[in-house]
Design a protein around this ligand. Structure first.
Ligand code: NAD
Length: 254
């Protein structure tokens, strides 16, 4: 009797690029991929933060380097991505939130959020896919989306709109890139304490809301995302594309 073998979650010999990898969820993704054996390029805007995180990872014996990039500078970003070829894994964790009641949304806040979360994410995924296709690599592209791509939330009309749109382009890209073996997915986290959510967690009414909605009874940790990104990057997810891996403690189950 020949038993099936679990496909590997290891990433030795793979090269990964993680945008927004110098803080929060992106840093968690960078460490997770490196701990699985990948060589990770941390891309972010601030070189001081990149240097700090790369040094910390190298001290742990992980394979890491850095590159400065702004995801909204679409043409320069694509050129930089092309210079980082070849790579097998591309994770985009760059994101922006400017929460206001929908009736108070200002066009400049709308544009700023869409510029990073949708336009930036779209062209980043496009650049990554182009590199993988040119190199004939069956790669994995993961955008850090949000549970707010599935449900609505108070003061979050723009943020929700941007993240719902991410799910749309992810599915469409998965349809087009499947023939090249390039997989395109998102991870949809619930609330996690990071620099982005400091303001939300400073409000007791919002903390009550979050704790009520998360059925597992605790807010998310960066560590909760690390296994998810390792899985989507690995051969264990070889047939997974065009979908969202929801890590929300049950928020959207209700
Ligand atoms: P964070 O503030 O630690 O990370 C966001 C990162 O995006 C930062 O490193 C920032 O420098 C980078 N960034 C912003 N604009 C950029 C640009 N123009 N070019 C390059 N990098 C840019 O916050 P986080 O919570 O780790 O957020 C990471 C992702 O996770 C975001 O997309 C966010 O929307 C998403 N998310 C966060 C939560 C949460 O509760 N923290 C929940 C769901 C989804």
């Amino acid at each position: 009797m020949k038993l099936p073998t679990t496909p590997s979650l290891r990433l030795e010999g793979k090269r990964a690029v993680v945008v927004g990898g110098s803080s929060g969820i992106g840093l968690g993704c960078a460490v997770a991929l490196a701990e699985a054996g990948a060589h990770v390029v941390i891309m972010a805007r601030r070189s001081d933060l990149i240097d700090q995180m790369v040094a910390a990872m190298q001290l742990k014996g992980l394979l890491a380097e850095g590159a400065v990039a702004d995801i909204t500078d679409v043409n320069n970003f694509a050129a930089l991505i092309a210079r980082l070829r070849p790579f097998d894994i591309f994770v985009n964790s760059a994101g922006l939130a400017r929460h206001t009641p929908a009736l108070d949304t200002k066009p400049n806040d709308f544009d700023a959020v869409m510029n990073v979360n949708l336009r930036g994410a779209y062209f980043a995924a496009q650049a990554a896919a182009q590199a993988m296709i040119d190199d004939g690599r069956a790669g994995s592209i993961v955008t850090i989306s949000s549970q707010m791509a599935i449900v609505g939330g108070v003061d979050r009309a723009v943020y929700c709109g941007s993240k719902h749109a991410v799910e749309g382009f992810t599915k469409a890209m998965a349809v087009e890139f499947g023939q090249h073996g390039v997989r395109v997915n998102t991870i949809c986290p619930t609330f996690i304490r990071t620099p982005m959510t400091e303001q939300t967690f400073s409000r007791p009414d919002r903390v009550r809301w979050i704790e009520e909605k998360i059925k597992l009874g605790r807010v998310g940790k960066i560590e909760d995302i690390m296994g998810a990104v390792q899985f989507l990057a690995s051969d264990a997810a070889a047939l997974v594309t065009g979908t969202a891996l929801v890590v929300d403690g049950g928020w959207t189950a209700e």
